[in-house]
Design a protein around this ligand. Sequence first.
Ligand SMILES: Nc1ncnc2c1ncn2[C@@H]1O[C@H](COP(=O)(O)OP(=O)(O)OP(=O)(O)O)[C@@H](O)[C@H]1O
Ligand SMILES: [Mg+2]
Length: 230
Amino acid sequence: MLELVNLSAGYGRLPVLFDISLQVGPGEVVALLGPNGAGKSTLLKTILGVVRPRAGELEWEGERITNAKAADRVALGITLCPEGRRIFKNLSVKENLLAGAFGRKGSVTDAQLEVCFEIFPRLLERCSQRAGSLSGGEQQMLAIGRSLMAQPRLVLIDELSMGLAPLIVFELVRKVRELGDAGLAVIVVDQFVKTLEDCADRAYVLDKGRMEYAGALKGATEVLEQAIGA
Ligand SMILES: Nc1ncnc2c1ncn2[C@@H]1O[C@H](COP(=O)(O)OP(=O)(O)OP(=O)(O)O)[C@@H](O)[C@H]1O
Ligand SMILES: [Mg+2]
């Protein structure tokens, strides 16, 4: 279980997140919504530990990790599938996946790769292919697969559907639900409530660095529209 209590964070002197409280437990898929610049990516980076909190507390599986380094958090089971995917285009699919296991103690086992291939059979078919030659949807599968390589118990997915066609988004959403059903905790960011309808158990809406809503996905629409319209 991840718990954020009154967390504030920012970049240098610039405050971005104010007084954020959030919880997510095993098997739960939680949507994090909000307009451009709301602080969604910053919040995920703060949970991962690449942005340092200025106030508040962060607890993970009963342990206080407010000031723990990102590498230590990966070892504790928290990984990020970043905005824009950030795959290594000149490396193969398999090499990209192996990079995701970096920082995890011990050697990478075939079993870890198999977990990815089981969820995304398309990655197995394209195992030795240059990652840059994959379609956008396949690149997103690769980015999610890579974030699974460190055997996380919490996965943070930034901008799941960005730039992708509806059919592939539908497939990705199903996969995210499968991750939740397999017992992982997932926080998934998207611009649209509708995208996450079939995978998220509940939602948070962030606006101008403040958490404006926490609750059922349905109720998030109105808050999000207000935030975008404001
Ligand atoms: N590295 C950085 N240094 C300074 N300010 C930053 C940095 N990254 C983001 N910001 C600022 O923090 C605020 C929140 O940005 P963030 O990227 O977290 O928003 P977001 O909700 O993810 O937006 P988007 O929907 O466009 O991805 C913005 O005002 C942005 O300009
Ligand atoms: Mg973002």
